[in-house]
Design a protein around this ligand. Structure first.
Ligand SMILES: [Zn+2]
Length: 248
């Protein structure tokens, strides 16, 4: 296939700086019941906006493979959709819209809640999401601890053992229950540091996500990729300000 000068230029720009936005959602509903709930009408508006303005919605592992030097650069103006915590409404409200728009999503779940906490999905529901081929299931630790609190509370040795358990057990259970190889971590509450990154790498993680609200460029640390927290106020300028610029 012959490349036009224009596409060569776009390709080069992408190598320089992919400028990818990672969005993070939590819960969905018909009404806003709390700060983390995005109305389905708002989510639909956001996906329509991305489609109309020809943003590319790419899987998170397309971005991480590129950043790790294993894959091609994402197209200019790419956006990644993630959702943390494994809330029921991901299955009941988000799934139908994701199917309709046919976009890839990465879910970060903490296995201790699945089929256990009343607000969480069941393993069967998670498995059904996974089998759509649209949802990648990844790790949000085993029970979503606050690592800052635990570090203060525990001795250095006990803390290291605790953090290792949180990171390893999450992968083990996801493998057992869903047969997935989780190698991406979303840091609970966006809390991470050099020690946690070392422990995560030893546990088999190759990339991680935070809540640092920036567009991802090649300058970011692969174990701490920033994400924009999406709330229901994210429409109009509040939403478009999270996206890569038109001619980046
Ligand atoms: Zn979380």
């Amino acid at each position: 296939m012959r490349e036009t000068p224009r596409s060569i230029h776009a390709h080069t720009a992408a190598i320089e700086d992919p400028g990818v936005s990672i969005l993070v959602y939590h819960r969905f509903g018909h009404a806003v019941t709390d700060a983390m709930t995005v109305r389905t009408s708002t989510f639909r508006w956001q996906l329509s906006y991305l489609r109309e303005h020809r943003y590319a919605i790419i899987p998170l592992d397309t971005l991480t493979s590129y950043l790790l030097g294993h894959g091609p650069p994402p197209p200019p103006r790419s956006v990644v959709i993630t959702a943390d915590d494994g809330h029921q409404s991901v299955f009941t409200e988000m799934l139908p819209i994701v199917r309709e728009y046919h976009v890839p999503v990465t879910l970060f779940v903490y296995p201790s809640a699945i089929s256990n906490a009343p607000y969480a999905m069941t393993w069967d529901e998670l498995d059904a999401l996974h089998r759509t081929g649209l949802f990648d299931i990844q790790s949000h630790t085993y029970w979503h601890p606050n690592f800052k609190t635990e570090k203060r509370r525990l001795s250095p040795v006990a803390y290291r053992a605790f953090a290792t358990m949180q990171l390893v057990k999450s992968r083990t259970v996801l493998k057992d229950k869903l047969g997935v190889e989780a190698d991406l971590i979303a840091w609970p509450f966006g809390i991470y540091d050099d020690e946690l990154i070392r422990i995560a790498r030893d546990a088999g993680y190759i990339a991680g996500c935070t809540l640092d609200r920036r567009i991802v460029t090649r300058r970011e640390h692969i174990m701490a990729l920033p994400r924009f927290l999406v709330t229901d106020s994210a429409s109009g300028r509040n939403f478009t300000s999270m996206l890569p610029e038109e001619n980046r």
